[in-house]
Write a protein that binds this ligand. Structure first.
Ligand code: NCD
Length: 302
């Protein structure tokens, strides 16, 4: 049985198989491939896109979805997440989708279940379906001609699971990442890392802007200093029309976008911005992921 905890749980061939299916699902119409299946979602962290995207994907495939309301669940009565998941598993769902602030939690739950676990984000560790939908959107935009394309990942790289999973997946398909961040958001990495986007802008094919992950910062600086830091950040890292000029650069963001901090209002309306296309493709890609994990489990009868 297959789980999807990080992009490395999939071979390149499996990624391509998922993309083939995602292309077939791209009109987001309904079918009955997962009729009678039950998928549980467990979101311990905030989510708009990912949770509804998974839910819509499951429903488009004919599956039923049970969203566990974690605020009212027994984890608030002292039950561990492991026990909650073991109990849910005893009810025989066909997949469990989980988001949690603790890095590594979805991985550790594998031994408590007899159905696939799909990681919808664990702390700053991994967000595999986001990386898949990002790669799918890039591939669609360049009509498959992605080998050697240069992608700038801009912003809070140190605290972003989107960055981690994209850095795991994109180079496997020939994309070349350049990391762009202020000192406090940099990571130790073999990838080229710069502080000033203007120094590389002419080399870029793609920019992926990231939100500043305030919820993961343990800040000791004063409110006043935070304000100054943010103003500096906007000046250097907010992606604007002025920065892009007339360059033909594909602009991505996983959402939620903090307008005029991550990307300017004006640029979000520009045809180079494919932020909503990512959201659309996310449903098709998640349909393909759910189909693969749930139907393969049945076929292997394990
Ligand atoms: C991201 C996440 O939650 O990791 N959003 C998403 O899933 N589309 C990124 C973020 O919160 O900034």
């Amino acid at each position: 049985m297959k789980h999807l905890i990080t992009p490395n749980d999939l071979t390149n061939n499996e990624v391509l198989e998922i993309f083939e299916d995602a292309k077939l699902f791209q009109d987001l119409s309904s079918n009955s491939l997962l009729n009678g299946k039950i998928i549980v979602t467990l979101f311990f962290e905030n989510s708009t896109r990912t949770r509804s995207s998974f839910e819509i994907a499951a429903k488009r495939l004919g599956a039923n979805v049970v969203n566990l309301e974690v605020q009212t669940s027994s984890t608030n009565k002292g039950e561990t997440v492991e026990d909650t998941v073991a109990n849910l598993n005893a009810m025989k769902p066909d997949a469990i989708i989980i988001r949690h602030k603790d890095c590594g939690l979805p991985e550790s739950l594998k031994s408590y279940v007899s159905c696939p676990i799909i990681n919808a984000g664990d702390g700053k560790n991994a967000h595999p379906t986001q990386a898949l939908l990002d790669l799918f959107t890039i591939d669609e935009h360049f009509c498959g001609d992605i080998y050697g394309k240069k992608i700038a990942i801009v912003g809070d790289i140190a605290n972003s699971r989107v960055a981690t999973s994209n850095l795991e997946l994109l180079p496997r398909f020939g994309l070349i990442p350049v990391l762009i961040a202020p000192e406090r958001f940099k990571v130790t990495s073999n990838f080229r890392t710069v502080s000033d986007i203007k120094t590389v802008i002419d080399e870029l094919d793609i920019i992926m802007s990231l939100r500043v992950q305030h919820e993961r910062h343990e800040t000791t600086v004063s409110k006043e200093e935070q304000k100054t830091q943010m103003e500096e950040y906007i000046k250097q890292y907010c992606i604007t029309k002025e920065l892009l000029g007339d360059r033909n650069i594909l602009l991505l963001h996983p959402g939620p976008v903090n307008r005029n901090i991550d990307i300017s209002d004006e640029l979000l309306l520009d045809s180079r911005s494919k932020v909503l296309r990512q959201v659309h493709n996310g449903v098709a890609v998640r349909m393909a992921v759910l189909k693969k994990l749930i139907l393969e489990k049945k076929n292997n009868n394990v």
